[in-house]
Every structure is written in structure tokens, then in C-alpha cells.
Design a protein around this ligand. Structure first.
Ligand code: AAL
Length: 401
């Protein structure tokens, strides 16, 4: 401030609800222009996430032989909730690429089938068994079918899923997306033996893997979001793209602006107001954010969250109603890949999550700004042996000993 300029009044104690008419720092400017509200409590796309263990599902004493993971969206039909997921029941836990066989899995989603469960309250689930089995060799999926999601379109149901012809450690977890259809969520499911979303060319972002298919109905069309792993230097980059069709069996047209989300892994999406909101959960610069795109394509960060659900499959009542007033979500199922009694028995369990990302429900407890973790939680993220050695070396050098 120059010696002659007028002293300015400090920023007010009460946070203005609207952007004040004054010069703002970049952070304050962003607080008013980038987020739906200047405080998280009033931000409809901000929430805490709370977790509950599911009742009714068994994991063989968590010995690693049973896994349930990558749940679909939850749908409600005739008073019952339905969910589909990857189910593995193998003689042992995954043994890695060098020790796997036709019955011993390489990875947690190898040698799997797609199973489903129903529930009256969303907490207790009754497993109903297989929805989509592995087809005979050499059809896509003979090695494993995994990571399903559901679409309801003109009274018929469609399950999109990853269909492996090689075990998922063979060449970077590559697989195409396949589809099966049924007239009822209870099946029977008919497999369509064709690749629904083909990979791009080898030098394109989706040249090798198309994972986590996630269909919604938007603007009268089928919007199918999916992830791809690419780049590979030093580790794969994960982003989310969009393919649009007028028929569930395609052709799906890849959006020219793909990838449409610069981060995310198993991204979950839902209609929100006139657009689409996304839970951008793991990986990338914008992991752990909730984002929003009025056009379903140009996403912007709407909130930053903690302890978000991995592989969320929310209950999205208006996923297929072609709404332009999306109401949001309050719960769903997700997974945690760290179950078991250590490395030898590591497997994945389904869990329930609750949140308030809804225009209808108001749950002030979900709008608190932080989660409290005990010290043990932090110590579990401890230093590796190599890190301890590096730190000791640097410390010795620093102290000159
Ligand atoms: C998940 C998903 C896909 C991957 C594997 C099983 O995180 O992204 O489904 O292929 O892991």
C-alpha cells in the first residue's frame, strides 16, 4: 500500500454469503467463484462419509479365499435394493502372476464371476448367487468377469463389466468391456458376445485398458463413463473418459474431449441438478474431490473431501430417469481391499457408506469438516525399511558422524 493510499477495512468477521465488492486474494476469490457455497456446510456437494459393516455376507473367516469387490450402483425394484459385484471364491488367496493357474488366481479380481445381492434396508444383504458366469474359452470373460455396473433402459436391464481373456497381470490389467442383458434384475442374463467399447489405438490414452464402466441416462442418451490406465512413467496415470450411445449395445461414440476427468479410479457419478456430479476418489491431482459438470463433460472441483469410499456404487434413484433436476445421493456400497489377517490372506470386502450429497436430505452431521483418526491410523502409514535407511544415512551425514 502506498503512503498516500486510504487504509482499507479488514476482511469482515462474519463471512459474507455473497462475494464482497472488494479486492480479494486468489484463495478468497476461488472460495466464491469455484465452489457452490463459500462454506462447506452450505455446499450441497460437500460431505463426510460414514461406514457400516454389511450384515449377511460371509468371508470364510477372512482367509482370503472369498472376495467381494467393485459393487455396481444400487437400484431399487419392487421394494428391494439390488447390487451386483465381483465375486471370487478360489482355493487360495491370489498368488501373483508367477504362481497362478487355471484355478489359483493371480490377482483379487482374477477367476471371478458377477454375483448379486438384495436387501430391504441397505444394511443386511442376502446373497442371491451368480448373475453372469464365466463363459467357455475362448469367449471374452472366460478367464474372469469383474467390475460390473447396471443400466436400466426401456424396461430392460444391462450389466456392463470387464471381460478378461488373459489373467489381469498378463499385460497391465487389459480387458475390453462386455455386456449382458435381462428382462428382470433377477435375470436370467444373456451375454452379448461382442466388445462394447473397443480400445483405442496403441498410442492413444485408452489403447490398453477400459475399466470401471459406469452408465447413466443423460439428455435422453446413454452416457457411459469409464477409466483407462495409461502413460506408465513411472506408474500408470488413471483418468476417466466418456462414451455416448443411443442403444445399450452401441455403437458408443467416444467423446472428443476425453479424458473428461483428470483423476479418479472407479469413479462414481450421479445426476445432480441439470448436470452430472462425480466422486473422484483415488489417483491424480484431483483425487478426493467431488466434481460437477453441467454438460456431463467439463468437470470442475466442487468440494474436497476425506475418507471417500473406494469403488463407490451409490444408490442413485434417478440414474436412468433422464432427469434434468438430479437430486443427489445419500448412501451406497463400496469396497475395502485391505481385509484379511495380513498379506497372505488379503482380500476385499463390501461396506456400506452414507453421506449427504443430496438436495433433499439435510444431515448437518455429514457437513462437519474433518474426520478424527486415532494415532494407530497414522502409524499404519509408517515409513518403509528403505525410507528408514535413507533417513538414517542423511541424518548421519548431516551430523557429520
Ligand atoms: C479396480 C478397478 C478395475 C481393475 C481392478 C478390478 O480398481 O479399477 O476392476 O481392473 O481394480
Amino acid at each position: 500500500m502506498g503512503a498516500t493510499s486510504k487504509p482499507r477495512k479488514a476482511f469482515p468477521f462474519i463471512l459474507p454469503k455473497e462475494k464482497p465488492e472488494r479486492e480479494l486474494s486468489a484463495a478468497l476469490e476461488r472460495n466464491y467463484s469455484s465452489y457452490p457455497a463459500p462454506r462447506p456446510e452450505a455446499n450441497e456437494l460437500y460431505s463426510l462419509f460414514k461406514y457400516t459393516e454389511l450384515k449377511g455376507v460371509d468371508y470364510n473367516n477372512h482367509d482370503g479365499t472369498i472376495t467381494r469387490r467393485d459393487p455396481s450402483k444400487v437400484i431399487l425394484k419392487d421394494g428391494k435394493y439390488y447390487v451386483w459385484y465381483t465375486h471370487r471364491h478360489t482355493p487360495t488367496a491370489p498368488q501373483g502372476p508367477d504362481n497362478c493357474t487355471d484355478t489359483i488366481p493371480a490377482r483379487d479380481w482374477d477367476l471371478c464371476e458377477i454375483w448379486y445381492a438384495t436387501s430391504r434396508d441397505g444394511f443386511t444383504w442376502e446373497e442371491q448367487g451368480v448373475a453372469v458366469a464365466r463363459p467357455p474359452q475362448p469367449e471374452p470373460g472366460w478367464r474372469s468377469v469383474s467390475t460390473p455396473d447396471i443400466l436400466e433402459w426401456k424396461g430392460r436391464y444391462y450389466l456392463y463389466y470387464q471381460s478378461f481373456r488373459i489373467h489381469p497381470s498378463t499385460r497391465g490389467d487389459d480387458c475390453p468391456v462386455a455386456v449382458s442383458w435381462a428382462d428382470s434384475p433377477d435375470g436370467p442374463w444373456t451375454a452379448v458376445n461382442q466388445v462394447i467399447i473397443p480400445n483405442g489405438a496403441e498410442d492413444e490414452w485408452d489403447g490398453f485398458s477400459i475399466h470401471d464402466p459406469y452408465p447413466l441416462v443423460h439428455k435422453g442418451r446413454i452416457y457411459l463413463y469409464h477409466k483407462s490406465d495409461f502413460d506408465g512413467d513411472p506408474r500408470l496415470v488413471r483418468m476417466t473418459g466418456l462414451a455416448i450411445a443411443d442403444d445399450p449395445l452401441g455403437p458408443f461414440e467416444k467423446h472428443p474431449l476425453n479424458p473428461v476427468l483428470n483423476s479418479g479410479h472407479e469413479t462414481a457419478l450421479f445426476p445432480f441438478r441439470e448436470g452430472i456430479a462425480a466422486l473422484v476418489i483415488r489417483d491424480g491431482n484431483e483425487h478426493y474431490t467431488v466434481q460437477y459438470a453441467e454438460d456431463g463433460v467439463n468437470f470442475r472441483v466442487a468440494s474436497i473431501a476425506s475418507l471417500m469410499p473406494d469403488a463407490a456404487g451409490p444408490f442413485v434413484p434417478d440414474a436412468f430417469t433422464d432427469t434434468d433436476e438430479g437430486r443427489g445421493i445419500t448412501w451406497g456400497l463400496c469396497h475395502n481391499t485391505m481385509a484379511g489377517h495380513g498379506r497372505e490372506t488379503q482380500h476385499t470386502v463390501l461396506m456400506r457408506f452414507d453421506c449427504d450429497l443430496s438436495l433433499d436430505d439435510v444431515d448437518p452431521e455429514m457437513k462437519h469438516h474433518h474426520c478424527n483418526y486415532p494415532p494407530e491410523h497414522f502409524y499404519r502409514h509408517g515409513l518403509s525399511k528403505q525410507q528408514r535407511e535413507r533417513i538414517s544415512k542423511t541424518t548421519r551425514e548431516f551430523r557429520g558422524t
